[in-house]
Design a binder for this molecule. Structure first.
Ligand code: NI
Length: 138
């Protein structure tokens, strides 16, 4: 375990109250752990801004009866096979499908792949969860 540094900070009372509300809403009991999480969130945000190696998951919802859509989504993943770590397909009902595609690579390339997937006709919703390979977060 790395050395721990204890710090004391000054913060305005209303801002402290807001911080505590955020901590409770996030269901953190431990304030230190909550603050570590905030710092790591900011670090991951900076990693994406700086186009560093990143991990991302695209969630797609679409109707598989849309002509050629399943084939297009598969073609796109094959074309970017160097960035696709895994994909899971779930049949939500008779018509609708959800697909989770886990990607790894430079952040901007992951954004581009997510945008390409999102733009396909018949995709009802697409969300990109921007995460990290975990390096430089400890
Ligand atoms: Ni399906």
């Amino acid at each position: 375990m790395p050395d721990l540094v204890r710090l004391s900070i000054s913060i305005e009372r209303p801002l402290y109250a807001r911080l505590e509300r955020l901590r409770r809403q996030a269901r953190f009991r431990n304030r230190s752990e909550f603050l570590r999480g905030l710092v790591r969130d900011k670090l991951v945000e900076r990693q994406w801004q700086a186009d560093e190696e990143a991990l991302g998951t695209v969630t797609l919802v679409y109707n598989h009866r849309q002509r050629q859509l399943s084939e297009k989504l598969t073609d796109l993943q094959h074309h970017h096979h160097g960035h696709v770590l895994a994909a899971t397909h779930v049949h939500l009902d008779e018509d609708l499908c959800a697909e989770m595609i886990m990607l790894k690579g430079p952040a901007e390339e992951l954004r581009e792949i997510a945008d390409l997937l999102r733009q396909q006709k018949g995709v009802l919703h697409a969300a990109l969860a921007m995460s990290s390979t975990g390096r430089k977060l400890a």
